[in-house]
Ligand binder design. Structure first.
Ligand SMILES: O=c1ccn([C@@H]2O[C@H](COP(=O)(O)OP(=O)(O)O[C@H]3O[C@H](CO)[C@@H](O)[C@H](O)[C@H]3O)[C@@H](O)[C@H]2O)c(=O)[nH]1
Ligand SMILES: [Mn+2]
Length: 676
């Protein structure tokens, strides 16, 4: 037999035994730890944010809530809070329905050891169950879920909630005719009181606490977007359950691993180093991603190399969601050795639900933060479009450490944008927010000096400097083609020695990037797609982010938070799955993309005509530019398709085409002139 084959077999065997061994040890340790720590498990408060019932449908929000309510964790130590920045009674209603459904959902998950505990994601799967009682129960609960969802959706569509439902719950009294999204009193409703021994599921097991909160909103009072919502949540939860560990989740990201809390606690409760750790960040992983990652949301290299590297410097970046925090460090405490105890007794509050709600409302009011350190030294930092990253940095600079934890089965799965427009809006917010931090007093090089390691500061800047990256990219996609058209050579001749450094940098960078991507699990095609997205992002989103920060620095505008839409129509989703780029709207960003694609195409044609027919010798001077243009054209193929070939709803709209035509005309005119 082939000796190579033999060794392969041997090593496979060894690997297998290694795995079995590791798994056994792991299970063993878990059992011991469970036994040793079960009593000491700390209270965990899960804070979920939502902001708009049309962009973030209540049915999606409650699936997230249900996924965390059904964690494998003692329910009397678990509390779930939903912040609703829209102050919408439909979200409140949906949460009420969810609390009812949880009585069936939680026991079902536990009985059949369901792994995916977001009902929406779970029922979207294909099932293959043989056992008949299981099938029956599954079908029954699926029907129950769908009925609930239909009810919520029809109420939202109708725009009203029936008197019958309203009369069942006094909480609805909060929504009189005066409540609007931007203007309403603080609302706190304890839907399930975890202390109440009657709050049980249909098998008689205790349910976790569930709270609805809509902080006060007044038009004259800046609300600071998600950071404001989170800070109100931190305070309200401290009043009601005061769990020493906080899990922060966006409404579009559900829990995908029922044991995630226990795993995260292994870091916090570690006897040697646990007390130093402020937060444990899971990477942002997404649920629906097209096969070859059309819009570059997989983030495999980012998660496995860049963010993990920052984690290696004890400075994992806080990414706003899927993050476990120590309450103390999030609320502004400095690190000290005394922070060791997280398993303090749960607030043994004897106050009634009404009293708790009343006390909480004060904490969720506009005036509460006046003249306090909230938004500066305490809680999430205000004034940045990426409040999460800057907050994480301040926590680290107060002496804490943070972990990046990327388990094999993603513990959380979110919703990535499935249209180019949404994706760019999101990236623009990020690049803007990140660059804002670089420009502020929190610039890691200055603020972090002497507090976090140099590597960590550099790692942060890898992200904070996204926006200015737009400038070289724009230069490279505009200047070389324009010069090519005019026959101006920008790079050294192929025969010159000076050509070597350019060729060297270009090839090694490309080869390394392919190697890195593929070793992290990308396909070659997804790498290629990512190159396209990089150019598109830099030429549009990063550039707008850059411009906005400059304008803000001049004091001409203020930061806003554009929420990414989470509702998609069937045909958009279908095109996404087929990896057809979705344009469909006439955003300025699309005009830029289309213009750049046309500019390169026409310049290459024009440049080639000129050199071949007029001065053939010039070719070797222009070869680098021809290659650059050619690559840009190859990468832009989907854009030409959207401009000229496609007729579906996602193609580039006529208005974008018209605008790019202007440029074409100009180039053609120029070519004609030269021909003469
Ligand atoms: O005024 C607001 C605006 C937003 N949100 C919530 O913030 C979350 C994130 O918003 P989303 O539109 O989904 O933005 P993403 O770009 O997906 O969010 C990423 O980037 C944000 C910073 O830009 C972080 O806050 C997020 O945690 C991170 O997931 C959502 O749950 C929203 O409901 C609010 O609660 N109040
Ligand atoms: Mn999101």
């Amino acid at each position: 037999m082939d000796p190579l084959f033999e060794t392969k077999k041997e090593s496979a065997k060894a690997k297998f035994f290694h795995r079995v061994y590791a798994a056994t040890v792991f299970v063993g340790i878990c059992l011991i730890l469970n036994y040793r720590y079960e009593e000491k498990l700390p209270g965990v408060d899960i804070l979920v944010c939502t902001a708009d019932p049309t962009l973030e449908p209540p049915a999606m929000v409650i699936s997230t809530v249900l996924s965390v309510m059904s964690y494998n964790y003692p329910p009397e130590k678990l509390s779930v809070y939903l912040s609703d920045d829209a102050g919408s009674e439909f979200t409140f209603y949906a949460l009420l329905e969810a609390s009812h459904f949880s009585k069936y959902w939680i026991p079902f998950c536990k009985k059949y050891n369901v792994q995916t505990r977001s009902p929406e994601a779970y029922f979207a799967q294909k099932f293959d169950v043989k056992d008949t009682t299981h099938t029956q129960e599954l079908l029954a609960i699926k029907k129950q879920y769908e009925d609930m969802k239909n009810q919520i959706e029809s109420a939202t569509e109708k725009g009203s909630i029936s008197e019958e439902i309203r009369s069942q719950r006094k909480g609805f009294l909060e929504w009189d005719h005066k409540v609007s999204k931007q203007n309403h009193q603080p609302i706190v409703q304890i839907i399930i009181d975890g202390r109440d021994t009657n709050a049980v599921d249909n098998e008689g097991c205790q349910l976790p606490t569930l709270v609805y909160m809509a902080r006060e909103k007044r038009p004259e009072c800046p609300h600071n977007f998600k950071a404001g919502a989170m800070n109100a949540l931190i305070r309200v939860s401290s009043e009601i359950s005061n769990g020493p560990i906080i899990l922060n989740l966006d409404c579009d990201m559900y829990a995908n691993d029922a044991d995630a809390i226990r795993e995260a606690l292994c870091f916090f409760m570690d006897e040697k180093r646990g007390h130093e750790i402020a937060f444990v960040q899971h990477p942002q992983c997404f649920d629906i991603i097209s096969e070859n990652d059309l819009y570059g949301h997989y983030n495999l290299v980012e998660n496995q190399v860049e963010l993990a590297g920052l984690g290696g410097y004890d400075a994992a970046m806080y990414c706003g969601t899927a993050c476990f925090h120590r309450r103390d460090s999030l609320s502004g405490a400095k690190y000290s050795y005394d922070c060791r105890n997280i398993n303090e007794a749960r607030n043994k509050d004897k106050r009634s639900v009404d009293e708790l709600e009343k006390a909480s409302k004060v904490l969720a009011s506009c005036s509460y933060e006046k003249d306090t350190q909230w938004g500066r030294e305490m809680g999430l930092v205000y004034g940045y479009a990426v409040e999460d990253v800057v907050t994480g940095l301040t926590i680290q600079c107060r002496g804490w450490k943070s972990m990046h934890y990327n388990p094999e089965r993603p513990a959380f799965l979110g919703l990535a944008p499935v249209t180019l427009d949404n994706s760019l809006v999101q990236i623009k917010r990020w690049s803007e927010g990140l660059f804002q931090i670089f420009f502020s007093k929190y610039c890691p090089f200055i603020y972090g000096y002497g507090k976090i390691k140099l590597g960590a500061r550099m790692g942060y800047c890898n992200y904070l400097l996204w926006a200015p990256l737009s400038l070289p990219t724009l230069f490279y996609v505009i200047v070389p083609p324009v010069c090519l058209l005019h026959g101006i050579s920008l790079f050294p001749k192929v025969t010159s020695l000076w050509f070597i450094p350019f060729a060297y940098v270009f090839t090694t960078k490309t080869v390394y990037s392919i190697y890195e991507s593929m070793s992290c699990g990308y396909t070659l095609k997804s790498w290629w797609n990512f190159q396209r997205m990089q150019i598109i992002r830099r030429a549009t989103a990063f550039f707008f982010g850059f411009a906005d920060v400059i304008i803000e620095q001049l004091g001409l505008s203020q930061t806003a938070f554009a929420i990414t839409a989470k509702v998609v129509t069937e045909d958009v989703l279908k095109r996404y799955e087929q990896e057809i780029m979705e344009f469909g709207s006439s955003s300025v960003m699309f005009t830029i993309i289309a213009t750049l694609a046309m500019l390169n195409l026409l310049s290459l044609i024009g440049g080639l005509i000129n050199t071949i027919f007029l001065e053939f010798g010039a070719l070797q001077n222009l070869i680098s530019q021809i290659i650059l243009c050619g690559l840009m054209i190859l990468v832009s193929v989907p854009i030409y398709e959207a401009l000229f070939l496609r007729r579906d709803k996602g193609c580039l709209p006529f208005s974008v085409m018209l605008k790019t035509r202007n440029i074409e005309e100009k180039i053609k005119k120029k070519l004609n002139l030269e021909d003469k």
